[in-house]
Design a protein around this ligand. Structure first.
Ligand SMILES: *[C@@H]1O[C@H](CO)[C@@H](O)[C@H](O)[C@H]1NC(C)=O
Ligand SMILES: *[C@@H]1O[C@H](CO)[C@@H](O)[C@H](O)[C@H]1NC(C)=O
Length: 492
């Protein structure tokens, strides 16, 4: 039989990936993953009358040890999947605590993803020689943080996949794992047990769609003529295998025949524990495009404030369409990065005051929204203004050491109630988005709580709206309508 990994991507990638060691590190859950912040009820009143600060309890900064699932946002007229954080108590695949990376690793991986986004968007030929990612490697970015479970094959096998709005190809590890599969918690998908599985042949027009979706020209298995995909990510994870189709079961009522996906025979990297990746980008082979007839390129999600609660990922408009609470801004298209969803930022407001940042700072490159980037990146000039205003609003708290890429940290262990400056973004079309309190900080420990934003090295780099800042927001992608919307408090 043909082993795809041997020929595909050749030595160029495999040798490099071979020396890549996935570091597993002990980390106690108590240390707190990202953060959990819940606002007190009095704060809701404060925020209504005075947009200058959030009032939060320090103890709510730390995640609970047990999962409190939520059904908020689950409209039974829509196809909804539960979203959980990959490392939290709500993830059923979290038995292997040694697989939980420490915060420094999370932030390093995040920087690797951002570097690859920037290399891609800049079409940066110079970096081509010194990185293992081809400069034109479409959209493949990193391992992501949020998980959904769906069914593949007939009868359907339950698979938990990392979802990613920054990439397109959906893939899962597949038997017989001709070259290598990493450890995953569910059984590895076995095509021979599915009545509806078929390989895509190299002659099929869909095989050639892989080039733009993965950045790599597909290969062809010599004897059988099976189309072979290969995709590698900014954090050095990769998957290589047979391009295939099979039935996709999103919910008990929503089934898609002939869903195109990668049946991975050689998979390595940071996806550990999970069966693969669900691509929600804008390219032809993303889930959004493959289900366009039924859902009209409309989807929404809510990322929970803490790993101990759950959010959702929904497809289609549902009965009444989005609620009035959802405010929309035009979706912009990013040349170079066709898979990305772009936003037009025009301003930032801290503690109710508009920062004086020339609009050219935002417009010279632009911003993308990405479910797989953790910390929001802002153009250096914008970040410096935000940081100064935030520091100004946090003067009452003792500073703590910088942590990894985060330069503005506080020791909050002496306080029970925290007053946090509010942060809002204004987008094209005059839309104002107030971040949730959980979307402002990254908690390393109560004595090191950091502003969860980072400045890019120069003003020409793209800004990225990351997943910390998306917490608790209902994020609505109306791709067909050319707009993206946000509403507050979409999930716990
Ligand atoms: C798919 O293609 C591979 C490689 O050519 C082959 O080993 C496998 O048996 C094929 N599977 C099916 C169901 O045709
Ligand atoms: C943080 O503050 C607490 C109390 O205010 C103090 O006891 C502790 O030593 C400080 N921790 C660090 C790392 O500075």
């Amino acid at each position: 039989m043909t082993t795809p990994g041997g020929s595909f991507l050749a030595n160029k990638y495999l040798i490099r990936f071979g020396v890549f060691v996935f570091l597993t590190t002990l980390c106690s859950l108590e240390k707190g993953f990202a953060l959990s912040l819940t606002e007190t009820s009095e704060d809701t009143t404060n925020s209504v009358h005075d947009h200058t600060h959030h009032t939060v309890q320090l103890k709510s900064l730390l995640p609970e040890k047990t999962c409190s699932p939520s059904t908020r946002g689950h409209d039974n007229k829509k196809a909804s999947l539960e979203v959980v954080h990959r490392h939290g108590p709500c993830s059923k695949h979290n038995q292997h605590k040694t697989d939980i990376p420490i915060h420094t690793q999370i932030l390093q991986q995040d920087q690797a993803r951002v570097n690859s986004v920037h290399a891609l968007l800049n079409g940066d030929k110079l970096r081509q020689s010194d990185t293992s990612i081809p400069a034109k490697s479409s959209t493949a970015l990193g391992s992501g943080d949020y998980i959904v479970t769906l069914g593949l094959g007939s009868p359907p096998k339950r698979l938990s996949l990392v979802f990613d709005t920054g990439s397109d190809l959906t893939w899962t590890q597949c038997q017989p794992c001709a070259k290598s599969c990493y450890q995953q918690n569910e059984q590895i998908f076995d095509p021979s047990l599915s009545k509806s599985y078929t390989n895509i042949s190299c002659n099929s027009p869909v095989c050639s769609l892989l080039k733009s979706a993965t950045g790599n020209t597909p290969r062809c298995a010599t004897r059988t003529g099976t189309c072979i995909y290969g995709i590698q990510y900014g954090d050095k994870s990769f998957s290589v295998g047979y391009f295939s189709k099979d039935s996709l079961t999103l919910t008990s009522t929503d089934l898609f025949d002939g869903f195109l996906f990668g049946c991975g025979q050689d998979n390595e990297g940071l996806f550990r524990g999970f069966a693969g990746l669900l691509g929600l980008g804008r390219n032809k082979i993303s889930l959004i495009e493959q289900t366009a007839q039924k859902y009209g390129r409309f989807f929404s999600y809510c990322l929970p404030s803490t790993p101990s609660s759950t959010g959702y990922l929904s497809f289609g408009r549902g009965s009444g369409g989005p609620s009035n609470a959802v405010k929309f801004t035009p979706l912009s298209t990013v040349s170079q990065g066709g898979s990305f969803y772009g936003l037009n930022v025009v301003g930032i407001i801290v503690s109710g005051r508009q920062l004086s940042i020339p609009t050219s700072v935002f417009s010279s490159s632009g911003m993308i929204i990405d479910s797989g980037t953790v910390i929001t990146r802002l153009q250096a000039t914008a970040y410096n203004a935000l940081r100064d205003a935030f520091q100004n609003g946090m003067k009452r708290y003792p500073r703590a050491k910088a942590f990894s890429i985060l330069d503005t940290c506080y020791n909050l262990s002496g306080s029970n109630t925290i007053y946090l400056p509010t942060i809002a973004f204004t987008f094209g079309g005059g839309m104002k988005l107030d971040l949730d309190a959980s979307g402002i900080l990254y908690v390393v420990s109560t004595s090191q709580v950091c502003l969860a934003f980072v400045g890019t090295s120069d003003d020409n780099d793209f800004a990225i709206f990351g997943n910390v800042q998306q917490k608790r927001l209902q994020v609505v992608y109306d791709v067909a309508g050319g707009k993206i919307g946000f509403a507050p408090a979409g999930c716990p």
